[in-house]
Design a protein around this ligand. Structure first.
Ligand code: KIV
Ligand code: NA
Length: 265
């Protein structure tokens, strides 16, 4: 298998071939995604919610992200693996941003890092890129800033915020980022960005006219149940299937149906 690189993603954009991206946080799931042919795996800080049960992405630590990322990297042969820099490990201090990124690259074997924000974190981005580490940007609804937004509603619906988003996208491109995630913004605005910007634009709740899509794995598989924004297409109802299997197992144990004569030594 030939490994997907940031260069491959750039070519896909030029060929108008859409990029399929999903999150993963562990070896077993990452292996299934890679075998199924996913282009990009994001070790998202959404692990804070879906893996650890926190109510935001803020609490997850760099060590925890490295644990998730190393597990994913061990499973993957083909997909590009991008790991989120967690909250508090890159904002406002470009030296810390670089050392956090170096730890992710060295200790997990990820192919790239992703971080939230535009102009505010430009110095950090420059420094990480200077070290030869590929950086993906993330604009729009950036969950690490939820306490600033105060709500998970769609972003950049008013003109000032939309204008800043477009400016930030250009800044990230000019800095040398290899791609940008746009989260929960109007489809029309995302389409404009994907058209103006030459690097791949990956959308989540950003409409169809971008270069690729990303979803949180546990959401699209229907493992999580509480969360159902409009942009989330559920491909399965795994929560019911898993609970069904667990109920069957409980019944079989209680009734001593399991183990049977062929399931013992
Ligand atoms: O952490 C995450 O899962 C993400 C995606 C939603 C883009 O950043
Ligand atoms: Na994230």
């Amino acid at each position: 298998v030939t490994k997907v690189t940031t260069h491959v993603l750039q070519e896909m954009k030029l060929k108008n071939e859409k990029i399929a991206m999903l999150t993963a946080y562990d070896y077993s799931m990452a292996r299934l995604l890679d075998k199924a042919g996913i282009d990009v795996i994001l070790v998202g800080d959404s692990a804070s919610n879906v893996m650890a049960g926190h109510t935001s992405t803020l609490p997850i630590t760099l060590n925890e992200m490295i644990y998730h990322a190393s597990s994913v990297v061990r499973a993957v042969k083909r997909a590009l693996v991008i790991t989120d820099l967690p909250f508090g490990t890159y904002q406002g201090n470009s030296k810390e941003a670089l050392s956090s990124s170096i730890r992710i690259m060295k200790e997990s074997g990820s192919d790239a890092v992703k971080m939230e924000g535009g102009r505010e974190i430009l110095e950090s981005i420059d420094r990480i890129l200077s070290a030869g580490i590929p950086v993906m940007g993330h604009l729009g609804l950036t969950p690490q800033s939820i306490h600033k937004f105060g709500t998970y509603v769609v972003r950049a619906t008013e003109e000032n915020e939309a204008r800043k988003l477009v400016e930030d996208a250009h800044l990230l491109e000019n800095a040398g980022c290899f791609g940008i995630v746009l989260e929960k913004i109007p489809a029309k605005l995302a389409a404009q960005v994907a058209k103006e910007i030459r690097i791949p634009i990956i959308g989540i709740g950003a409409g169809p006219d971008v270069d690729g899509q990303v979803l949180v794995l546990h959401d699209m598989l229907g493992i999580t149940q509480e969360f159902s924004p409009r942009f989330l297409r559920r491909y399965h109802n795994l929560s019911e299937e898993i609970q069904g299997s667990v109920k069957s197992y409980i019944r079989d144990v209680k009734t001593v149906d399991f183990p049977n004569e062929r399931e013992q030594y």
